[in-house]
Design a protein around this ligand. Structure first.
Ligand code: TXA
Ligand code: MG
Length: 330
């Protein structure tokens, strides 16, 4: 049985938060809103509970989890020799959509890190997440609260679509704001690398980390990969084809191909990004799930025409949803 508790997003009810925190401390699975997407939380230092979480999501055990903290103060026991940049990054971007990959301490179970010698950590900004973490008083491992390979949930209803009956509790705090997952920044190597683009962009990081760069996707399998490198991640049920190239050519080609598909009796969905990538990001995963619910059989999508803000994160998620189905228009 999954219980749903509806909270006031910006002033969550303390009694409901206390119930959810107690559930987490007992080893329960609690979905909660963050500013990016809904997370599925579990006591990070309880290996048996972490294994139940992997089972509930159908997630492969070689995909490590992000540990969510109430504040920077809770970081020290989990990591060894954090680089000096952590303090400045935390001061500038926490609470917020930035995940740091750091060398871990022996306290963090292998089940959380997939056996890696690093751990991913972040302090989320959503008032419900902050209240829950503060009340629980423990580190909370939380992947996105979707079934493996489904788009991340941005509403409590999405969580229930995937996980009803498989988890203990859902805290319904309405729609999330950012809509795509946090930026993952690896600080464990010589050069800081962004493994997954998000709302905290390279441009925003560069004043603090002049040599920061995007990691180029490696072809090899294994736990080092960021989740985004799994081709089936972020995917709707219908195949999504991504059209790239000059905007006018892309539109003409989509109109043509979608028209053909429609004429042959197929139900089609169009995903044409807004001029503001933040608007597209906020709507992206809900749109993919709406296509599924409407029985759409084929999705036609184009990339953002912008390069600022969340443009890069949106393009990254669309490419992964397309899983190689890309049409280049010249
Ligand atoms: O915005 C977010 O980050 C959301 C909310 C709930 O906080 N969480 C999220 O978690 O997107 P998840 O599990 O769906 O994606 C986290 C990814 C992992 O799949 C993993 O590849 C990467 O972060 N990651 C975690 N630990 C890592 C590590 N030690 N080294 C490299 N990458 C790591
Ligand atoms: Mg995920």
């Amino acid at each position: 049985m999954t219980t749903v508790l509806r909270l006031t997003p910006d002033r969550p009810e303390p009694d409901l938060i206390a119930d959810a925190a107690a559930c987490l401390r007992r080893g329960g699975l609690v979905a909660f809103p963050t500013e990016t997407v809904y997370g599925l939380g579990v006591a990070a230092l309880d290996p048996a509970a972490v294994r139940r979480l992997f089972a509930a999501k159908g997630r492969p055990a070689d995909d490590p989890l992000i540990v969510h903290l109430a504040s920077l103060d809770a970081l020290a026991p989990l990591v060894t020799a954090p680089p000096p940049a952590v303090a400045a990054l935390a001061a500038r971007f926490w609470p917020g959509p930035l995940t740091l990959v750091l060398r871990r301490s022996p306290l963090v179970p292998d089940d959380v890190t997939a056996g890696l010698d690093t751990v991913a950590v972040r302090v989320p900004a959503h008032p419900v997440a902050r209240a829950l973490l503060a009340a629980a008083g423990i580190p909370v491992a939380a992947p996105s609260a979707n079934l493996f390979s489904r788009p991340s949930p941005t509403q409590a209803g999405h969580v229930l679509e995937d996980l009803d009956g498989r988890i203990d509790l859902v805290l319904d705090g309405g729609s999330t704001q950012v809509g795509v997952e946090s930026t993952v920044l690896d600080l464990s190597g010589k050069v800081p690398e962004v493994l997954r683009p998000g709302a905290v962009t390279l441009e925003m990081l560069r004043p603090l980390l002049p040599d920061v760069r995007m990691r180029v996707a490696a072809a090899a399998a294994g736990p080092q990969r960021s989740p985004g490198l799994l081709t089936k991640h972020y995917a709707p049920r219908a195949p999504l084809t991504l059209y790239e190239g000059p905007a006018d050519r892309v539109l003409a080609r989509i109109r043509h191909d979608a028209g053909l598909a429609q004429a042959s009796g197929r139900r089609v969905g169009l995903l044409l990004p807004d001029d503001d990538a933040a608007v597209t990001a906020a709507r992206l995963y809900a749109a993919l799930r709406e296509f599924d619910a409407a029985g759409v059989e084929e999705i036609f999508a184009s990339l953002p025409t912008t390069t600022d803000g969340l443009s890069h994160a949106v393009a990254d998620r669309l490419r992964r949803a397309a899983a190689g189905r890309v049409v280049r228009c010249a």
